[in-house]
Design a protein around this ligand. Sequence first.
Ligand code: SAM
Length: 302
Amino acid sequence: MSSTHDTGFDSGHGHELNAGWFTEVFASHGSAFSLKVSEKLHEVQSPYQLLEVYATEAFGNLLTLDGCVMLTDRDNFLYHEMIAHPALFTHADPRRVVIIGGGDCGTLREVLRHPGVERVTQIDIDEEVTRASERFFPALTASNDDPRAELKFADGVKWIEAAAEDSIDVLIIDSTDPVGPAEGLFKTDFLRRCHRVLRPGGVLVQQSESPLYHSGSIIRELRHDMREAGFDSVATLPFPQPVYPSGWWSVTLAGKQGDVATFREADATAHELPLDYYTAEAHRGALALPPFMRRLLDEPHG
Ligand code: SAM
């Protein structure tokens, strides 16, 4: 993830590999994150981004894009469970799911755990990410041959323009930061198109950066833009994510003719999915935003 500041993204973020440490610097927030690495396993410059894979001493393999940490073997479950399960247990009966981004396939794996889901289409702009994930993160791509899964490689901004109206139950935007190829995935026009393709009762979920660093900027703007785009309700759910800026991350849900502050608690409690972080209690707790976030989001009630 790259560094960010109130008026956008600081291109000053960078990464260094000194004395066996991979460090991602978030210059505008005066912080950085490091992992001890033992070797570099892979590097490819795709038409969209620089993709690198490192072997680390304590976090398994590490995937970076343009010098930003994307995921590690050790803690990607936090992000992949929280970008998938709150939205799926919020929707009344999710059958048709689309993931924009998500090329590492970890989110796809989580969505496919839901037996009621009939079809999942994943659209990532960069096929190199999926090919690298197949080689270096096989646990994430283990479900890719599920007959319900369809992988496409295209620009999600363009794909959504051509997608059929009222055709999707849950739309997951699992993208990189809102810079470069992902910038268009955070704009109101794109969110309007997301609203158009969702069926009534549909749920949109988007990774929404750090509650500590971005509540007064990116998260507040995203929630405003989601409402501008026609969504009736929004909810931001914070969760721990050690390898991302501030160690604390979030997803933001938006509902089309539905209240995303409520979810199928009985189903979220009774399920037998082999999860390591998501529970109905964790979901309920994440909906109870801390006072500092409510203030920065201008939201009296979460
Ligand atoms: N979990 C990671 C995080 O929060 O940073 C992101 C997961 S995944 C690696 C992010 C994906 O977004 C990348 O594979 C990238 O290729 C994809 N992406 C960026 N812009 C895109 C676009 N316009 N359309 C489709 N995929 C895009």
